[in-house]
Design a binder for this molecule. Structure first.
Ligand SMILES: NC(=O)C1=CN([C@@H]2O[C@H](COP(=O)(O)OP(=O)(O)OC[C@H]3O[C@@H](n4cnc5c(N)ncnc54)[C@H](OP(=O)(O)O)[C@@H]3O)[C@@H](O)[C@H]2O)C=CC1
Ligand SMILES: Nc1nc(=O)c2c([nH]1)NC[C@@H]1CN(c3ccc(C(=O)N[C@@H](CCC(=O)O)C(=O)O)cc3)C=[N+]21
Length: 357
C-alpha cells in the first residue's frame, strides 16, 4: 500500500506513519519503523513513541497560517540525549568520544561555523582537537594531518572544513579520511552506500540528516510525495535527494542549469533549498500547503543589526509563510539540528570503536 497515511513495503507489516523521535543507540536495528535511512532499513537511530508536534504557528491577517518548524528545541533535545549517552559511556568504560577538526586558511565564515561545532561538543562531553593550517599549505601537509587523525584512537570523527583553498584537491582529501571516522559522510564509500538501496553507510551527512529528522518529527509524509531539492552539493543537496529517495519520495533536483525552476518547485509537496542565494525561492515558486526546509545560510548586510549583517535563508520567508503549511526559519531551523547530528555521528563512531552498546 503506497501513499495515504501509511508507510510500508510489500510483505511487511504496515504501520500508520506517525511523527516520531529518534533516540541514539548503535545497538538498534529496528526494522519495524521508518527511520532516518528510510523505512525498514536498519540504522543507528531508533524511533520512540514520543511525538514532537510543536504548536508554534504563525497566523496572518489574510487568514493564512504556517507551522514554523523550530529546530532549536529539537537540537536541544538531541544534545541532551547525547550528553546522557556520553555520561553512560564514561561511567561504564571510562572513555569519551573525540572529534578532530581541520581548518585550512582564514575564510571569514569558517571560524564561526567551527566555533559553533566546538561549543556544542563541549556541551555534551565530546573532546575536540583543532588543527589549523595556513592557506598556503601543500596537499601532502594536509594529507599528513588527516592520516595522523585516522590513526589516533582517541579521534572518532574527522571533519575537514569546506570549502578548501583552490589548490587543494577536495575530492582526494575526502577519500583519505577514514570512512569509519568520516562523520561528515562525504567519503565516496559512505556517499555510495547512501545512494544504494539496502546498504548502510557508516555516516549520513549532518545537514541532510537534520532535514529528514525535522520532517519526521513534524509528521510530514514523505513516502509517495513529490519533493524538489534545489542544489546538488555533496554537503547538502545530493545526500538530501538520496535520503528523500530512500524515504520513497519522488525526487527532482534543481540546479544552476535548470530552466524554469519555479515550474518544478510549484508542483512539489516538500521543497528543500540549499543554494546560498537569499530570496531565490519566491512565494509563487511554492505549492499551497507544501512544506519548506530552507538550508540556505546566507550573510546579508543589515545596518540595523549590531554586527552590520544578519543570517537569512534561500527562501523569501515573508512570501512563503502565506503559502506553505510549514517552513523552517533561518536562523533557528535546520542549522542547529545539523550541529546535533554531527555530535550524534561522533557518538555513534565512538560507540562502534569501543563496541559500546
Ligand atoms: N543549514 C545547514 O545545516 C547548512 C547550510 N548550508 C548552506 O547551504 C547553502 C549552500 O551550500 P553548499 O551546498 O555548500 O553550496 P554549493 O555552492 O556547493 O552548492 C550550491 C548548489 O546550488 C546550485 N545553484 C547555484 N545557483 C543556482 C540557481 N540560481 N538556481 C538553482 N540552483 C543553483 C548549484 O548548482 P550547480 O551544481 O549546477 O553548480 C549547486 O548545486 C549555503 O548557504 C550554505 O551556507 C550548508 C551546509 C549546512
Ligand atoms: N566539512 C564541512 N562540513 C559541514 O557540515 C560544513 C562545512 N564543511 N562547511 C560549511 C557548511 C555550512 N554548515 C553549517 C552548519 C551549521 C549552520 C548553523 O548552525 N546555522 C545556524 C545559524 C548560524 C549563524 O548564526 O551564523 C542556523 O541556521 O540557525 C550553518 C551552516 C556546515 N558546513
Amino acid at each position: 500500500m503506497r501513499g495515504g497515511n501509511w508507510v510500508g513495503v510489500v510483505g511487511r507489516r504496515l504501520r500508520k506513519q506517525t511523527s516520531y523521535f529518534s533516540v541514539h543507540s548503535t545497538s538498534s536495528t529496528s526494522t519495524e519503523y521508518p527511520n532516518i535511512l528510510g523505512p525498514y532499513l536498519p540504522d543507528v537511530w531508533t524511533p520512540t513513541n514520543q511525538s514532537h508536534r510543536p504548536q508554534s504557528s504563525a497566523i496572518f491577517s489574510n487568514g493564512n497560517s504556517a507551522r514554523i518548524i523550530d529546530g532549536k528545541p529539537i537540537a536541544k533535545d538531541i544534545k541532551f540525549r547525547i550528553a546522557g549517552e556520553i555520561q553512560r559511556m564514561k561511567a561504564a568504560i571510562g572513555k569519551s568520544p573525540g572529534l578532530a577538526v581541520v581548518l585550512v586558511g582564514q575564510r571569514r565564515d569558517s571560524k564561526p561555523y567551527i566555533n559553533i561545532k566546538l561549543r556544542a561538543c563541549d556541551e555534551v562531553g565530546i573532546a575536540t582537537m583543532v588543527e589549523e593550517l595556513p592557506e598556503s599549505c601543500t596537499e601532502s601537509e594536509l594529507l599528513d594531518v588527516v592520516s595522523r587523525f585516522n590513526e589516533d584512537p582517541s579521534v572518532h570523527g574527522i571533519i575537514v572544513q569546506l570549502p578548501l583553498p583552490q589548490h587543494l584537491d577536495e575530492e582526494k582529501i575526502m577519500t583519505v579520511v577514514s570512512p569509519e571516522k568520516d562523520v561528515d559522510g562525504f567519503h565516496p564509500l559512505n556517499m555510495g552506500n547512501l545512494a544504494l538501496r539496502g546498504r548502510q553507510p557508516f555516516f549520513i551527512p549532518c545537514a541532510p540528516k537534520g532535514c529528514i529528522e525535522l520532517l519526521l518529527r513534524f509528521g510530514v509524509q514523505i513516502s509517495g510525495k513529490r519533493s524538489v531539492v534545489i542544489g546538488r552539493s555533496k554537503i547538502v543537496g545530493l545526500p538530501t535527494a538520496l535520503l528523500l529517495q530512500r524515504h520513497h519520495a519522488t525526487v527532482s533536483t534543481v540546479h544552476s542549469f535548470t530552466k524554469n525552476p519555479e515550474q518544478i518547485t510549484s508542483q512539489a509537496d516538500v521543497i528543500v533549498s540549499d543554494v546560498g542565494i537569499p530570496n531565490l525561492v519566491r512565494g509563487n515558486w511554492l505549492k499551497p500547503g507544501s512544506v519548506v526546509i530552507d538550508m540556505g545560510t546566507n550573510l546579508v548586510k543589515d545596518t540595523s543589526s549590531r554586527h552590520g549583517f544578519r543570517v537569512t535563508g534561500d527562501v523569501c520567508y515573508e512570501e512563503a509563510i502565506k503559502v506553505v503549511s510549514a517552513i523552517t526559519p533561518v536562523p533557528g531551523g535546520v542549522g542547529p539540528v545539523t550541529i546535533s547530528m554531527l555530535l550524534s555521528n561522533t557518538l555513534d563512531s565512538a560507540k562502534r570503536a569501543f563496541r559500546f552498546t
